[in-house]
Design a protein around this ligand. Structure first.
Ligand code: SF4
Ligand code: SF4
Length: 173
């Protein structure tokens, strides 16, 4: 259990955050919101979804506060609450990625990109703006260099990976 009251807003944690400039509330501000009992504002922040869990903040804190862990816990709470999450595209990406790992034991980039673009509606927007055509050209280049397989490959360790998913479900994660 992290004692958020130990945070005295020295901002050392934010200095090493690679995505802090894009967050609506920086990591120390999220802690301040929690100290002020404004959890709902923290749960609605895009910061939770931009956090890459690199743990730079946790390593830098002079009071040993594991901010990365707190961000992770808030993410789970935001998903469980019925309110809309700030970055639904990122949540969709996480879900598709995890589904790929679960079924194939590894990422399947072509499927991931296609499902993500369809799920976010980005497919049609990007078609109109020309971004999709650029992606397709890049995809073709990667395909020619054998870096983008057309079909998914199943990992040899798929059984063990599925066991990990089952254990995690049993543990309520
Ligand atoms: S480094 Fe620690 S004490 Fe300083 S602002 Fe960040 S969480 Fe608070
Ligand atoms: S764990 Fe998240 S909040 Fe902490 S430094 Fe990394 S990206 Fe920033």
């Amino acid at each position: 259990v992290e004692n958020i009251n130990l945070c005295y807003q020295c901002k050392k944690c934010a200095a090493g955050c690679p995505v802090g400039q894009f967050m609506d509330y920086k990591n120390y501000e999220i802690l301040r919101l929690l100290q002020l009992n404004q959890k709902n504002t923290a749960l609605a922040a895009n910061s939770l979804w931009l956090c890459t869990n690199c743990r730079a903040c946790s390593e830098r804190c002079p009071n040993g506060i594991d901010t990365a862990k707190i961000m992770d816990i808030l993410k789970q709470e935001a998903l469980q609450s019925q309110s809309p999450v700030a970055e639904p595209g990122i949540v969709l990406f996480h879900r598709i990625f995890l589904a790929m790992i679960r079924y194939f034991g590894r990422s399947y980039e072509l499927g991931l990109m296609g499902l993500y673009k369809l799920g976010t509606g980005g497919f049609w927007q990007e078609l109109r703006s020309g971004a999709l055509q650029k992606d397709l050209l890049l995809g073709a280049k990667m395909f020619r260099r054998f870096k983008l397989p057309l079909l998914p490959h199943r990992s040899k360790g798929i059984k063990q990976i599925r066991q990990l998913f089952s254990q995690s479900r049993e543990n309520g994660q």
